[in-house]
Design a protein around this ligand. Structure first.
Ligand code: HMG
Length: 388
């Protein structure tokens, strides 16, 4: 019996800042962003949007198609938690109309936790093949202004249905892991922005890739050349190129620039214009591959490298299922991205500094998102979500 991803759909905010605008303000060449890190735009969350509303918006097309009856668990991965106790997924459970027998829990380990959720979901559906697990990863990536991380902000959510006999990607049971206690990127509870040692974090990412891969080949019969495409965690799009060159070197495989491009480029289309979406980013990369690759991917092996700072990393593999192209949400995603509005630098600052009320008073939040779900108010320390 195979298990894996049966449906996948993502969402991002309707606002974006073009990184040329940021470069102009910083009086640097936009080439640093467009060519240097392969980022063109970054999504900025609307004031009435958070990980809950983005998550519900990501899952909505999927629920419209498959309904709620068989969903027995919702696993919610995020590092932009809105509450220390209550799982954000419980709000999503109501917004999506999931049934009251569906369990909900939130998972955290920086950008890695969505992969933990996918693996746990695969194990759960193997045990209860008549049930499906909804995995949602949702995040807002925030760094301090005027830091090297600023251009790698973004926001987004991805929703995946994990089932037996999946229609998109079968996930293999073999995984390679690497864990090390390091401080490359972290966000203490009292901060709204992450602290990052940028250069060090990219080194640790590559080191983790090598170790996770070495652990993977110990347990799997697959070798580097068995994979047609590779989905990497995407803190910025060019990280995929750096990672892929590194992995090829570890395997003593010489790759031309064309081969590198062919194996990773199609995973990057959405990330280039969304920015980092932390837990969601690798899976938005998978969506990009499935929806944009001109070749038919049926039967092809895809390698996945999931990285969460701090750090936990995992390499695993999957096989694209024949007929997958009939089960995508390509047009919904295209329309959503096309309908986004570019913001000026001043509007970007307004969104960035939008108040996050903590006084327990009643605060209405003006309508701004074009999404179906919005955060309408915060009152008495409670978040009030509505369906538009
Ligand atoms: P930086 O240090 O300001 O940039 O920020 P740089 O000076 O290294 O320039 C970047 C590249 O642009 C360089 O190319 C330049 O040469 C090139 P490279 O040396 O890499 O080949 N460049 C240009 N190219 C063309 N035209 C030009 C031009 N100017 C320069 N005019 C840094 C880079 C990654 C440090 C920064 O973006 C940052 O701090 N980002 C945040 C941290 C991050 O993304 N880390 C990635 C690994 S950690 C991770 O993935 C986990 C994470 O997602 C969090 C989690 O797990 O929760 C972050």
């Amino acid at each position: 019996m195979s298990v894996g991803i049966d449906e996948i759909s993502f969402y991002t905010s309707n606002y974006f800042l073009d990184l040329r605008t940021l470069a102009d303000v910083q009086k640097i060449e936009s080439g640093k962003y467009y060519q240097g890190i392969w980022q063109e735009r970054m999504s900025m969350a609307a004031p009435d949007e958070d990980v809950v509303t983005m998550a519900a918006n990501a899952a909505n097309p999927l629920i419209d198609r498959v309904g709620t009856d068989t969903i027995g668990t919702l696993l919610f991965a995020t590092e932009t938690g809105i509450d220390q106790s209550k799982a954000a997924g419980v709000y999503v459970h109501r917004l999506l109309g999931l049934n009251s027998n569906c369990r909900v829990v939130e998972l955290k380990q920086a950008c890695y936790s969505a992969t933990a959720a996918v693996q746990m979901a695969c194990a759960l559906v193997a045990r209860q093949p008549n049930k499906k697990v909804l995995v949602i990863a949702s995040d807002v990536a925030r760094y301090d202004l005027d830091t090297s991380g600023e251009a790698t902000q973004g926001c987004g959510a991805v929703a995946m249905l994990i089932s037996t006999n999946p229609r998109l990607v079968e996930i293999d049971p073999e995984v390679g892991n690497y864990t090390e206690d390091v401080m490359d990127f972290w966000r203490p509870n009292y901060r709204t922005t992450a602290i990052v040692d940028g250069k060090y974090s990219t080194k640790i990412y590559l080191k983790s890739l090598k170790h996770a891969w070495e652990n993977f080949v110990e347990v799997s019969s697959l070798a580097f050349n068995d994979f047609s495409h590779f989905c990497y965690h995407l803190p910025f799009s060019r990280m995929a190129e750096k990672a892929h060159k590194h992995l090829a070197k570890v395997n003593k495989v010489g790759l031309s620039l064309d081969q590198i491009e062919q194996q990773v480029e199609d995973t990057l289309h959405y990330n280039r214009v969304i920015g980092n979406s932390y837990t969601a980013s690798m899976y938005i990369g998978l969506t990009s591959l499935l929806e944009n690759c001109k070749d038919n991917l049926a039967g092809q092996k895809v390698g996945f490298f999931s990285y969460g700072s701090g750090c936990v990393a995992e390499f695993f593999s999957g096989t694209v299922v024949p007929g997958y192209e009939q089960c995508l949400h390509t047009l919904t995603h295209k329309n959503m991205l096309d309908a986004r509005r570019e913001v000026t630098y001043d509007e970007y600052l307004t969104l960035y500094h939008y108040p996050d009320p903590r006084d327990g008073e009643h605060h209405d939040i003006p309508e701004s998102t074009t999404g179906r779900y919005r955060l309408a108010a915060i009152s008495g320390h409670k978040r009030e979500y509505v369906i538009c």
